[in-house]
Design a protein. Structure first.
Length: 586
């Protein structure tokens, strides 16, 4: 859910008021799309976050900061070289477009002041962060070649050209009546009202267009040709209602979320009355609203995590195909017993079998009534009856050996699928570079990934710790190494051990020193185990629990694999709010 240019304008004004004169202290790049610039003002430090993530491009002051990679990306190193110790001269918006320019004054050679610009383009899939000096591109977070766009290239050494704005006028530069007349005179008479509003001025997005139409009391599907004088007057009044306070700097940063608080419906610098069916939340600043909205857009992208997810998806697909092939072969090998039966029938009738025939019909010795039920057996006419029987026994022995081998291979394949699935669940739950690096190391040790000589092994990440409502400690493994650690190193024999039944997930230890914990503590531990599993989105998830002394690791077993007995099963529904409360220790 992106800001349009109209709601971006007060955000830029906020940033300009707070940051002009601030000195660049540090520059980090947590992922390929995101920059965090630490800025110092007298007695105060700010973290300015700029993101070109296609899913949610944005710029705002940040109170929560993503983890930084161990090795700084090339683009952040370039920015440090060009912008370190520089001061922000001004922050401005390009017209009312979704382009923000940060002007940095840097002391150059011979003490001369040089101005460079960091341009943040907040334009969905075309979003970018570009470093410019004297209107020439130094570099960009996303380079755009001629093969990618014939209209506008973003490459070092090329002149910087802003995206075409189709010569539209700012709605703040017109009277409400002029804007309403433009909408009514929109050349495509059969176009919908929302499209006419968007195309009649720059900086108006679909959300603002819907709000204007709703406040004017007009139907969402009305066309331009249906507008009359009364509708035009209603549009002018609606435009005044929205634009008037914005023009005077009176903003009401608002976010609309769905009634169940699961989806972000909209964000704007004014009340979103047409989204009243959801919950409207107001904020003191646009920056705070944008940061809050970022929480609905998912976790920070970590390229390493994406690559490992693709690797695991490919491995799981290969194992699934292998399982299908082995199952089919195993079904064929299941005919072995019928070959032995046919050999037995031939042996019992050797004296009566003719030679040189391709098949015989004989009583089925294995039927309930052999005299009435017969079986047709194919023969090799060039072989004697005894040789034919021996051939059936030979084929039976070969198939029986194949059947045993296939059963072993199928068992190993399914165990490997469970193991890869467990790593996939752990990777989905990994939030930090250390946790992702630990999973990468496990994949290297398991042979799924080649080791890189340049990469140092990731330092071990600590398991999660939580507390039940009555104060008992919970230990949670977030990957297979941590699962082994909490179960066999940190867990005591009389502690309780939890794991989702037949579902990949975390090992959870409830420290209770042999005592019988309360029903509330048991449910809390089970909810944590269910939440940190593949069944996170399910209801009534079965969770096994037993004393840690009854959990064993077979010799040679893969990380995280255990066997256990004397368990009980409890059914719970994962609840993120409860888990977060337990992890916070409150």
């Amino acid at each position: 859910m992106n800001l349009d240019g109209l709601s971006l304008s007060p955000l830029v004004s906020e940033l300009n008021a707070k940051l002009v004169g601030a000195r660049v202290d540090k520059i980090f790049q947590p992922d390929k799309y995101t920059l965090i610039i630490w800025l110092r003002q007298p007695g105060e430090t700010f973290a300015l976050l700029a993101s070109a993530n296609p899913e949610y491009p944005r710029i705002h002051l940040s109170n929560s900061h993503p983890e930084n990679p161990l090795t700084a990306p090339v683009f952040s190193m370039l920015l440090r070289k060009h912008l370190s110790d520089g001061r922000i001269a001004k922050i401005e918006q390009h017209g009312l477009d979704r382009i923000v320019r940060l002007h940095f004054d840097i002391r150059g050679e011979r003490g001369l002041i040089v101005t460079k610009q960091l341009i943040i383009e907040i334009m969905g899939k075309h979003s970018n962060i570009i470093l410019v000096q004297d209107d020439v591109i130094i570099d960009a977070a996303r380079r755009v070649s001629a093969a990618m766009s014939r209209v506008r290239q973003v490459l070092p050494g090329r002149p910087y050209l802003p995206p075409p704005d189709q010569a539209r006028t700012s709605p703040l530069a017109m009277t409400a009546a002029e804007f309403a007349d433009r909408i009514r005179l929109y050349p495509k008479a059969q176009a919908g009202l929302n499209k006419a509003i968007i195309d009649s001025a720059i900086g108006i997005g679909p959300l603002t267009a819907r709000e204007i139409a709703w406040r004017a009391g007009l139907k969402a599907d009305i066309t331009v040709s249906e507008l009359d004088d009364a509708d035009t007057a209603a549009l002018a009044e609606s435009i005044t209602d929205i634009m008037g306070p914005l023009a005077q700097g009176n903003i009401q940063p608002t976010i609309a979320v769905s009634a169940d608080s699961s989806r972000l419906l909209g964000i704007a610098a004014f009340p979103l009355e047409h989204l009243g069916q959801g919950e409207l939340r107001t904020f003191p600043t646009m920056s705070a609203a944008v940061e809050f909205a970022a929480g609905f857009q998912g976790k920070v992208d970590i390229p390493e995590k994406t690559l490992l997810q693709k690797l695991l998806t490919g491995e799981l697909a290969k194992l699934t195909r292998k399982e299908a092939a082995l199952t089919e072969e195993s079904a064929t090998a299941g005919l072995a017993d019928s070959l032995r039966c046919q050999g037995d029938i031939l042996m019992s009738n050797l004296n009566t079998l003719p030679s040189g025939v391709s098949e015989v019909i004989l009583p089925n010795l294995y039927a309930e009534n052999p005299a009435e039920e017969q079986i047709t057996i194919a023969l090799d006419p060039l072989s004697s009856p005894l040789e034919n029987a021996q051939q059936y026994y030979a084929r039976y022995n070969k198939m029986k050996r194949a059947q045993d081998s296939l059963a072993s291979q199928l068992k190993a394949c399914r165990e490997e699928m469970i193991y890869v699935d467990s790593i996939t669940v752990a990777l989905e739950d990994a939030d930090t570079f250390d946790e992702i690096g630990e999973i990468r190391q496990e994949l290297i040790l398991s042979g799924y990934l080649k080791a890189s000589g340049k990469r140092r092994p990731a330092p071990p990440a600590a398991p999660l710790a939580a507390r039940t409502p009555d104060g008992l400690v919970l230990l949670v493994g977030k990957n297979n190494r941590q699962n082994d650690l909490v179960t066999f190193k940190q867990g005591q024999p009389d502690d309780l051990w939890f794991h989702t039944k037949d579902i990949p997930g975390s090992h959870v230890i409830l420290r209770c020193s042999g005592l019988d914990p309360s029903e509330e503590a048991l449910r809390a531990a089970a909810i944590v185990a269910a939440y940190h599993s593949k069944a996170r989105q399910s209801a009534s998830v079965p969770v096994d629990y037993t004393r840690r002394r009854y959990v064993k690791k077979p010799a040679g077993a893969k990380p995280g694999f255990v066997i256990y007995d004397r368990q009980k099963t409890i059914y719970v529904t994962p609840d993120e709010a409860i888990v977060k409360q337990l992890l916070s220790g409150k």
